[in-house]
Design a protein. Sequence first.
Length: 200
Amino acid sequence: MTQPLMPKATAVWLVENTTLTFDQIGAFCGLHPLEVQAIADGEVAVQMHGLDPVANGQLAMAEIERAQKDPAARLTLSKEAVPAQLVKHKGPRYTPIARRQDKPDAIAWLLKSHPELSDGQISKLVGTTKPTIAAVRDRSHWNTPNIKPRHPVALELCTMEALEKAVKRANRGKKPEEIKVEAPTAEEVAAASEEPAPQP
């Protein structure tokens, strides 16, 4: 966030309560200086109540005083007003519970159709673990009798773009005619959308 909440209402308050220039207010609120001037002239935001950026913790009074002394200075938001950035973790992505039972089927399809993919690539595509991939491969998975290869895109576990990218990376150095990426067939999409039979 580089500008305050409700920038126009904040600009109204700054016009009415400070001696900041139109350029300074515009730069802080993300508005054109002419728009700020129109606010000051009563042509824009006539009925709008000003929002005090000091009271809501987005601007310190000392910051306003500093900028009023130097027309070239620019206001900066208080650190408290800038939310902490979310950190994207590199772990397996979340998969809805209803789709987790489909992962072994998707793994089986990838192992069969794209043996060139590494366990790491399959893990990233489907959002699973390497031990699960190994269990599906050597048929030691607890649900092996019920696993049937199904296209991961049809199961909505990954996108076609992500699959193509992974296969392309795995096939680096191979001839173009040796590379194949299968789009899910209508039958695969229909099969993926079917409710699994209840377990005995």
